[in-house]
Ligand binder design. Structure first.
Ligand code: DP6
Length: 346
């Protein structure tokens, strides 16, 4: 028997960062992210059942991509209790990203959440039940996506989601993310994220290796306490449009802490480039001169996410184009904003 499912799933950018994990990809601290809109993966998965020797084949942008297979097989090995049929199935994945390949944008969140959604969809087809995209569906999708890549569990909800148990949010959980769009002011619902591509090269140290380095870091307990404090403050300030200064201060502090942690481990490393630092300083200068509420965050890489309210686009975008693009590789940037989460494509 053959089954097929197609989903589109977005990437996300964390404002409070997940950095440090334990056990079954459980986070050491709560995190909060904007779900993105333009940066997404579109995936078609085909499952051929009844094979003694299961296999995975991946086409990425139409080309075979065997280097993606080990991470996907490791993900599947954690799912045998949920999808027992996976053990006798050959899987073909055909995946495309909207963001340019090698643009240094983390793609595991969009790819792993797309895989989770395709698997759940195929599971329904196998059992002959219809898919109901209710709260329970999204909770399960988030929990499965987490096993593929921690940050992927936040991609399944629109606009903003929170992952990880925190005393500030009674329903929060380490197993799955929860939607947080209803708790924020309209001001944040279409927040802009212009991603400046400082370098399009592959990262020298993976996020998985970065998480592992937190295990023996003496600063780790202090960092987890900071993240807990930042989540508490951020959810409170995002509930209104009036705490913009505090929002900016938390976002930038989180970005800098993430990179500071990379620099103070047993095998220190630096993912920022000189141009990353130049952009951050330009943002500080511009904000001081104009009072426009623009700020930055960073992923685990050199690229800068420039965040600002939509109503400032007319001011901020021309300034980015005239002042910041000279720091970007080939002048590359991506216009993105908070988005609506995954979409079923068939
Ligand atoms: C810096 O989710 O990519 O982007 O769970 O090992 O797959 P794994 O790591 P990953 O780590 C993301 C780290 C981060 C911060 C974040 O998205 O919260």
């Amino acid at each position: 028997m053959k089954y097929q499912a197609s989903w589109r799933s977005p990437s996300n950018i964390a404002l409070v960062k997940y950095w440090g994990k334990h056990g079954q990809q459980w986070p050491q601290n709560p995190s909060l992210s904007f779900t993105l809109s333009s940066c997404h993966t579109t995936m078609t998965m085909k499952a051929s059942m009844g094979n003694d020797a299961p296999s995975v084949n991946v086409l990425y942008e139409g080309q075979p991509k065997p280097t993606f297979v080990p991470k996907i097989l490791s993900f599947f090995s954690k799912l045998n209790h949920i999808f027992p049929w996976l053990k006798q199935t050959s899987i073909e994945i055909d995946s495309r990203n909207t963001f340019p390949h090698g643009a240094g944008i983390a793609s595991s969140a969009s790819a792993m959440s797309a895989i989770a959604l395709c698997l759940m969809d195929i599971d329904h087809k196998i059992s002959g039940t219809s898919v109901d995209l209710n709260a329970s569906w999204w909770k399960t999708a988030s929990e499965i996506a987490r096993l593929g890549s921690g940050s992927a569990c936040r991609s399944v909800f629109p606009v903003v989601s929170v992952w990880g148990k925190t005393e500030s949010i009674p329903d929060s959980n380490d197993d799955f993310a929860i939607p947080w769009a209803d708790q924020i002011a309209n001001h944040y619902r279409n927040y802009q994220d212009t991603i400046l591509i400082v370098s399009a090269s592959e990262k020298s140290v993976s996020s998985t290796a970065g998480h592992a380095m937190m295990e023996n870091l003496s600063y780790a307990p202090a960092r987890y306490a900071e993240a807990e404090k930042h989540i508490k403050e951020l959810i409170s300030c995002m509930a209104t449009p009036f705490a913009q200064e505090q929002f900016i201060s938390i976002c930038e502090s989180e970005a800098l802490q993430l990179h500071a942690l990379m620099m103070c481990g047993a095998s220190p490393y630096i993912l920022m480039e000189a141009n990353t630092v130049s952009i951050m300083k330009e943002i500080w200068r511009y904000r001081k001169e104009t009072s426009v509420p623009v700020c930055f965050t960073l992923d685990a890489g050199p690229n800068v996410h420039v965040l600002y309210p939509k109503e400032y686009t007319g001011k901020v975008l021309p300034w980015i184009q005239s002042t910041l693009l000279k720091y970007c590789a080939g002048g590359q940037y991506i216009l993105d904003e908070a988005g609506q989460g995954p979409q079923k494509m068939d």
